[in-house]
Write a protein that binds this ligand. Sequence first.
Ligand code: ATP
Ligand code: MG
Length: 261
Amino acid sequence: MKTPLVEFRRVRLGYGRHTVLSDLDLRLVQGDYVGLVGPNGAGKTTLLRALLGNLRALNGEILYPRGQRPRFGYVPQREGVDEIFPFSVEDVTLMGRYPRMGLCRRPNRSDREHALHCLERVGMAEHRHRTLRDLSGGQKQRVLMARALAGEPEVLLLDEPTTGMDLASEEDTLHLIGDLHEQGMTVVMVTHLLYLVANHAPTVGILNRGLTLGPVGQVLNDERLSALYGRPVKVLEVEGRRIVTGCPPTGGGCGGEATAC
Ligand SMILES: Nc1ncnc2c1ncn2[C@@H]1O[C@H](COP(=O)(O)OP(=O)(O)OP(=O)(O)O)[C@@H](O)[C@H]1O
Ligand SMILES: [Mg+2]
């Protein structure tokens, strides 16, 4: 059995006296691809912050059984770069490289080449000299993905990585994440787009005060999702792909008013 990269033992997470999640048991192992879902405020970002080591457990233990934290690449839910400064796309991507470079070293040619390669992977190389703040929301999101990859992470933590992306960019991004996973990367992806999780993540975690984790086919089912969102939700299979539909709480079933999510 592989040594976990991160292990949670009966962890309670929250802020001050406010408990967000409790009794979390989790073993993240190299090669895992976990999709995390849950309503607004359920604690998805909180859990990612704890995995990153940016938030301490109120109770329980967060362990790094290999003796050190894995290298994380983090795509935050909201823009983390101060847009007052006119950072170029290339500069922002290189920021993800700093932990690899160490303090006080300026990026060298190979760092720049690596950053460019990461921008190519997300289809943003041609925009490398533009300032981040001039990009569209979906383009910014792709640059943040490149920044996360620039540090050659072992674990990718993605908080709503496709926010603002058009359909093609969303598919390309999921394809890229799938490729990285096939190459051995460990992935934890938070998203409200249930069909993304249903079709791409082999393991799913539902957050709702605690964590229910298991294979996607077992965890993402009508009963559980309906209970989670307080309204009828159906998981359907169409031409080999799963779609998830929700209905108004008083709709009395998934008729004509269903919305795909
Ligand atoms: N820095 C903070 N200080 C105090 N409370 C916080 C802080 N950050 C988050 N919370 C609270 O913790 C709870 C979980 O927040 P979190 O951001 O983890 O939710 P989320 O599942 O990521 O939601 P969303 O889907 O809206 O992104 C919320 O009730 C939120 O108000
Ligand atoms: Mg969040």
